[in-house]
Design a protein around this ligand. Sequence first.
Ligand code: HEC
Length: 141
Amino acid sequence: MSGTFTKAMARNIFYGGTVFFFLLFLALTFDTMRVLPKTDNRGELTPGAIAGKHIWETRNCLGCHSLLGEGAYFAPELGNVYERRGPLFIKAWMQAMPTNAPGRRQMPQFHLTDQELDDLVEFFRYTSGINTQNWPPNIEG
Ligand code: HEC
């Protein structure tokens, strides 16, 4: 090695790198588009789940919770709460808020009707069915 770094070498690294990473980008995009339809469970998006999603969005649950990683980190992740706690727990939980337990973070009372609670549970059933490729890594996540 002469130890000199020529303009031609710099150009080759630039063009070679550009082509390599562009091809890598195309390959990963292709892979994502191939895998994505298989992770979707759109078929199960029932009218109840749609109504539940509306409650989720209009009550700003995302202001404290995350859903599949998106949202705030004040309160537990809820994408898998249906698997973690089940429908009865979720409904009872919503009705029991706030706990006023000293030293614990508090969640407001939303005064939802029984129908609205069922819709919310249906929405969580839907989100827990989305194939997230094992995220979050544990059931309490
Ligand atoms: C002001 C912040 C805040 C908002 C807004 C909020 N939560 Fe919570 N939520 C919490 C906190 C904090 C906890 C955990 C409390 C504890 O463990 O004592 C919690 C816990 C929960 C749990 C139990 C989770 C588990 O793993 O046991 C459910 C279900 C839940 N929230 C649903 C909702 C829904 C649905 C909404 C919107 C309608 C909502 N939360 C809005 C703060 C909030």
